[in-house]
Design a protein around this ligand. Structure first.
Ligand code: SF4
Length: 354
């Protein structure tokens, strides 16, 4: 059961209020490089990002951001650190949301002034508290960047914003430690109903970072916590989108593409399953429909073990079977299994109009 949060509009996208969990990523091209950044923004939206964040580290980048907003196919978020004037410029440039780290924006008075300006544009802010930039007093009080320290920091900044009547907010409480991250969001979600941007910061390369993100984001989503996710990886942001979508799809929160089920193989396996699964994985990239496709290693147990699959193949000696929802629909030569699966998928795609 998803926790109820207040909806926040970010351009055409709604975060919170029961809306589908929003996928976002961030460009990693040089901020002042208009051409490269626009190209990456286009690729990210094409890959399925609902929102894209762009770092605005100086006034040159703020001018480029203005041009990017005009050409972007979807809402852009300006990511601001240290200099509140860059946030003002990004608002003027047409940002759909401003992400700030309130700990480094220059004090409560500047935070309040930014909120007033954001209010006049009807643009939300993300209060992005980070374990790396917590107030010294809180680090001392809590003995480090604990979950309680992250939450107390966020609540302090929210108090400043609420005092001036600004509640058009998304909140994040990120740490690179997965358990701290999970604890902070759980603790915060009990106290406030602002929509939450969830993620594990500094998660590392895809091999290990995908797992940290899946555990951290997945645990929170399973608790019903989280309205938008950013998978953080030291990799192409396109990889972040792929992993984010996989996390949401594996929890049944959104459906994007075919889901591949394959058996772990055992002594009954009748085929070289690893290359077969790799070939099917590649083949599925061409399909947009959210079906479950199973590739199983033996005809005896395969269809039964993959009953929930919409379509699947099981290999046998020289022959294999094609099945739908556990029911065998065709027996084919083993060498024709892949082809038979493709024919069936093409048929399903035509029927679903995708
Ligand atoms: S489907 Fe067959 S080969 Fe695969 S794990 Fe099950 S019993 Fe083993």
């Amino acid at each position: 059961m998803r926790k109820t949060t207040c909806p926040v509009r970010v351009g055409r996208v709604t975060i919170g209020g029961g809306a589908p969990v929003v996928v976002q990523s961030m460009t990693n091209t040089r901020s002042g490089d208009y051409g490269a950044t626009l190209e990456q923004i286009n690729m990210l939206f094409e890959a399925g990002s609902d929102l894209v964040r762009v770092a605005v580290p100086d006034s040159e980048a703020a001018l480029v951001f203005k041009k990017l907003v005009l050409k972007s196919p979807g809402p852009l978020i300006a990511d601001i650190h240290f200099d509140v004037k860059l946030a003002y410029m990004s608002l003027d440039a047409g940002a759909s949301k401003i992400r700030i780290n309130p700990g480094n924006i220059g004090g409560r008075a500047k935070l309040a002034e930014l909120a007033r300006r954001a209010m006049s544009y009807n643009v939300p802010l993300r209060v992005g508290v980070n374990s790396g930039s917590l107030e010294k007093s809180l680090l001392k009080k809590h003995g480090g960047a604990t979950a309680a320290a992250l939450v107390e920091s966020a609540l302090g900044f929210l108090e400043t914003l609420e005092e001036i009547g600004f509640t058009d907010l998304v909140v994040s409480l990120k740490a690179s430690d997965v358990y701290t991250t999970i604890s902070a969001y759980r603790f915060f979600a009990e106290k406030k109903s602002y929509p939450l941007h969830i993620g594990v910061t500094g998660a590392g390369p895809p091999s290990t970072g995908s797992i940290k993100n899946a555990v951290g984001i997945g645990s929170l989503l399973t608790d019903g916590i989280g309205d938008t996710i950013r998978v953080s990886l030291t990799a192409s942001p396109l990889e972040e989108i792929r992993v984010a979508r996989q996390i949401l799809q594996s929890l049944g929160l959104r459906k994007f593409t075919p889901e591949l089920i394959s058996c772990p193989t055992c002594g009954r396996c009748e085929v070289e399953l690893v290359p077969l699964v790799a070939a099917v994985e590649k083949m599925l990239e061409a399909y947009k429909m959210p079906v479950k496709v199973a590739i199983m290693g033996c005809v005896v147990n395969g269809p039964g073990e993959a009953k929930e699959a919409d379509v699947g193949i099981s290999a046998g000696k020289k022959k294999g079977i094609l099945f739908r929802r556990g029911q065998v629909i065709k027996t084919v030569r083993q060498s024709r299994l892949l082809e038979a699966l493709k024919e069936e998928l093409d048929l399903m795609a035509a029927q679903s109009g995708t």
